[in-house]
Design a protein around this ligand. Structure first.
Ligand code: LAC
Length: 228
């Protein structure tokens, strides 16, 4: 592992806890929230890939709403425009995972530059970063919107290389999504998988360079890279 110059973070599920989405969904549909949130997320990622494969880009906020409409219909749940608006608004109010603020500050204090590299479009990302009071923590907030494609398209990961102007292997890419760390490792980043739920690694013929359960373990990994 090479000396790391900067750290790139995925947003949803990695920096920001998406659990509140299922809690909110459960408030509207008691006992069905987790199911709705899971199908919604699955369709969101599905649509991002379909649109990338077929060159039919649409902003992440828009396809996220499309995915919600589909998920509600599939589960036979009534979805008024007001309900859809409320569930979508949850994306702007996500909380950081509890250990993340201290971990980010620590990484920044040891001299690393930090960035977000996300499928989310710029207004979505600005809103959630502002809500978490993280302005100033990141030197870049990079959005797939700049290239009109979604992860795992290499053009998206290339945004990180262009922003920091160092070879990909000097950049540490961090995600809680197993498929995202695989895409990032294929691209050439050094990768850390935050495997919060102890999931098996994807069977894609490539493994992240390291993994851990929380962002605190990421800090330990970075320190071990820097002291080598
Ligand atoms: C993102 C999604 C994939 O932030 O979590 O890019």
């Amino acid at each position: 592992v090479l000396p790391i110059k900067a750290v790139l973070f995925d947003a949803y599920g990695t920096l920001f806890d998406v659990h509140s989405i299922s809690a909110r969904a459960d408030h509207f549909f008691p006992g069905r929230g987790a199911e709705l949130a899971a199908l919604w997320r699955e369709k969101q990622i599905d649509y991002s890939r379909l649109r990338t494969l077929s060159n039919r880009y649409r902003r992440f906020s828009e396809l996220t709403e499309d995915a919600l409409v589909f998920a509600l219909k599939r589960l036979g749940l009534p979805g008024s425009p007001a309900l859809i608006l409320e569930l979508m608004a949850e994306y702007g109010h996500l909380e950081l995972f509890p250990e993340n603020r201290a971990a980010l500050s620590h990484l920044r204090d040891i001299g690393l530059r930090l960035a977000i590299l996300s499928n989310g479009d710029p207004p979505m990302l600005e809103q959630v970063v502002g809500h978490a009071r993280l302005e100033g923590m990141f030197s870049h907030i990079l959005s797939a919107d700049a290239v009109g494609r979604f992860k795992t398209a290499p053009e998206v990961y290339q945004l990180g290389v262009d922003a920091f102007d160092v070879p990909a292997e000097y950049l540490l890419f961090v995600s809680s999504n197993g498929w995202d760390v695989c895409g990032a490792a294929w691209f050439g980043f050094t990768t850390f998988w935050i495997n919060r739920r102890g999931e098996p690694a994807e069977e894609l013929g490539i493994r992240p360079h390291a993994s851990g359960r929380t962002m605190s373990e990421l800090v330990d990994f970075v320190q071990s890279c820097l002291s080598r």
